[in-house]
Ligand binder design. Structure first.
Ligand SMILES: *Cc1c(COP(=O)(O)O)cnc(C)c1O
Length: 390
């Protein structure tokens, strides 16, 4: 196997858990609540916009490196309209091949070998791999259950910062825990960043997927933070087109230019015609995201209630596509073993959160389920999971 040829930096990242679990779902016919993609496509008019761009020959050849001007302008307008953040479309906005490339390019551009990156654990799987590719060292700060949610311990965050720390890598709303950082937490992070002269990279791909009275606050809106923050966004989750891979970075001209330097040697450009379609998506009225949010919130409640009835410990997420459960009330303690057996036991696939931890023991009892699926699919999953009830 090529695995043995994989270099030392990437040796621990053989294949992702999603490949293993999705294969398990296919083999067993289980309902796949593992990977976070919607089972319904986004708005018809946006699909039609992509078709139109293809037919009219817009984006079929290499688009401009930083992204097509129509999309960069739409991203800048979106940041202004939603958050009052002013970015210049030419020097402060960069279109990427999804948030995934934005994360990779940002870390490759900003890290020197040996630099430390403080990141919230559990973390999105590409963070660890990209920090490793950039030669950086990751320093996890673990979100732990407190009052029904996974909470950030600000003292632990403070304690994680050393003279080698280059940047803080945030994700809010947070995958997989569903935690949405509040203003007090973001203010503390902003103060730390300024005190220690750190950059902050903030992955906000779930910016519009917040529930109940949770509010997403972009870190860049806090005093003193715009100049030291790289904000990462994506159309995939907000518009239910995860296959189109249209993401972006907004940051100061210096930071944007650095990220662009790395990005041009990764994909150079991507998603030509889709960029035009997403420019239209970003101009949809706010009622689009309001409806999406309400729809997802109802699905969250359906799955959370079902998991609770089935005997899981459940932390109700304030945002994202995911709910993290605790399997200890079911008499289980190893999420890997539990997830490998779940398709046979209950016909459902989930993801063991331990894969998102450096400290695997810390994540062992947690398992993630996605609720960005059709209501009927979630109902069937809940019924099946009911078989686990003690
Ligand atoms: C899905 C996801 C991404 C990747 O977004 P793409 O635009 O599909 O590349 C990045 N970060 C988080 C936290 C995600 O959940």
């Amino acid at each position: 196997m090529t695995r043995t040829l994989l270099n030392r930096r990437l040796a621990e990242f053989g294949t992702t858990i999603f490949a293993e679990m999705s294969a398990l779902a296919t083999r067993t016919g289980a309902i796949n609540l593992g990977q976070g993609f919607p089972d319904t496509d986004g708005p018809e008019e946006i699909r039609e916009a992509a078709v139109r761009a293809l037919r009219e020959g817009r984006g079929n050849q290499y688009p401009p490196g930083p992204g097509v001007p129509e999309l960069r302008t739409a991203i800048a307008e979106h940041q202004q309209r939603r958050y009052g953040l002013a970015y210049d479309p030419d020097s402060e906005v960069l279109v990427t091949a999804g948030a995934t490339e934005a994360i990779a390019a940002t870390l490759l551009a900003l890290l020197e070998p040996g630099d430390e990156v403080v990141a919230l654990e559990p973390y999105y799987d590409s963070y660890a791999a990209c920090i490793a590719m950039a030669g950086g060292t990751r320093v996890p700060v673990t979100l732990r259950p407190r009052d029904g949610a996974f909470a950030l311990d600000l003292d632990e965050l403070r304690g994680a910062i050393t003279r080698r720390t280059r940047l803080i890598l945030l994700n809010t709303p947070h995958n997989p825990t569903g935690t949405v950082l509040d203003r007090a937490e973001l203010t503390a992070i902003a103060e730390l960043a300024q005190e220690h002269d750190l950059l902050v990279v903030t992955d906000e791909v779930y910016e519009h997927l917040v529930f109940d009275d949770a509010v997403h606050i972009p870190l860049a809106t806090l005093p003193g933070m715009r100049e030291r923050t790289v904000t990462i966004g994506s159309a995939g989750k907000t518009y239910s087109f995860t296959g189109w891979k249209v993401g972006w970075v907004t940051a100061s001209p210096e930071l944007t230019s650095a990220v662009r330097s790395a990005k041009q040697f990764l994909t150079y450009v991507a998603s030509g015609p889709f960029q035009y379609a997403i420019a239209e998506a970003l101009r949809l009225p706010d009622s689009y995201t309001d409806t999406l949010r309400a729809d997802l919130q109802a699905k969250r409640d359906l799955l959370v209630d079902g998991l609770t009835a089935a005997g899981f410990g459940v932390h109700r997420p304030a945002g994202t596509y995911f709910v993290t459960t605790d399997i200890r009330p079911l008499g289980e303690k190893d999420g890997f073993a539990f997830c490998r057996a779940l398709p046979e036991r209950a016909g459902v696939v989930a993801i063991p959160n331990a894969v998102f931890y450096d400290n695997r023991d810390e994540g062992a009892p947690f398992v993630r389920f996605a609720f960005c699926k059709k209501e009927a699919v979630l109902r069937e999953a809940v019924e099946r999971l009911g078989r686990l009830a003690p």
